[in-house]
Design a protein around this ligand. Structure first.
Ligand code: IPE
Ligand code: IPE
Ligand code: MG
Length: 246
């Protein structure tokens, strides 16, 4: 039998994979642990997924890390999350450099706690020349807000209406210069976007799994990628036309 990893390399991989890492809280409470323990376990999965995507050759990986709506959570949970992120990035910096991974943030960094912001800036600057993979963390992110912000930037530049195009808008999103996500994975059984990449997801494939994020691993990732490889993307064309395009 051909090992799964080789099969995946031979078939179509997403260029851009986006993930909604959900279910940390439920994973923890079902074990009688605190939600914080769930988030801590979730970072281990994040590390595994980043490393595996890099190995497979996925060029852009976007992880939904903290939404603007998440500010509505208890203060203690929020400060734990930002502290965890700070420690995670400090620890992972050497690994990112080793694996030639550039860190990029999608979202409003200026509104984050100072200590977290400093680490983020440091890791972004240090990995700026890494070119094998871009790791986007959607952080303090809201897709509607991102679209409004892009429109505001166009307005501020006094863009003539005729130049107010899809491309002009896309170039002012946090993801400017990166391809749209080909595949969006959401864990924990929820089947919604929760204000994630609404503009960019126009033709994304979706993969939902009941697995909670801390239980997601390389095997689960491979399952999702195999499912994606079997999908027929048509971009509005007939099946036959799409077949000819590939
Ligand atoms: C995802 O897990 C992590 C964040 C949103 C920060 P949750 O914390 O949403 O876990 P559940 O959905 O409560 O289980
Ligand atoms: C989405 O998960 C945000 C992140 C994974 C960071 P949520 O758990 O916040 O989403 P909802 O509230 O269930 O839609
Ligand atoms: Mg959740």
């Amino acid at each position: 039998m051909i090992p799964r990893r080789i099969v995946l390399q031979l078939t179509s991989l997403p260029v851009h994979l986006a993930v909604i890492m959900d279910g940390n809280g439920r994973w923890a409470t079902s074990r009688g642990l605190t939600r914080s323990e769930g988030h801590r376990a979730g970072t281990k999965t994040a590390r595994k997924v980043v490393t595996e995507c890099r190995k497979l050759g996925i060029r852009h990986l976007t992880l939904y890390t903290f939404s603007k709506e998440n500010w509505g959570r208890p203060k203690e949970e929020i400060s734990f999350l930002f502290d965890l992120l700070k420690r995670f990035l400090t620890n992972e910096l050497s690994l990112l450099l080793e694996q030639d991974i550039r860190l990029n943030i999608l979202g409003e960094i200026n509104e984050l706690p100072l200590a977290t912001r400093k680490v983020l800036q440091h890791v972004m600057t240090t990995t700026n020349d890494c070119a094998s993979m871009t790791l986007n963390l959607a952080l303090n992110y809201s897709s509607r807000d991102e679209i409004v912000r892009a429109a505001r930037l166009l307005a501020e530049a006094e863009t003539p209406p005729a130049e107010f195009t899809e491309e002009a808008l896309a170039n002012r999103l946090y993801t400017a210069g990166q391809p749209d996500p080909d595949l969006i994975i959401r864990t924990s059984g929820e089947q919604r976007l929760s204000n994630y990449l609404l503009f960019q997801a126009a033709y994304a494939e979706f993969y939902f799994t009941d697995t909670l994020w801390p239980d997601f691993d390389e095997t689960e990732l491979h399952k999702a990628l195999e499912t994606y490889a079997g999908r027929k993307r048509r971009f509005g064309k007939t099946g036959e036309q799409a077949e000819q395009d590939t």
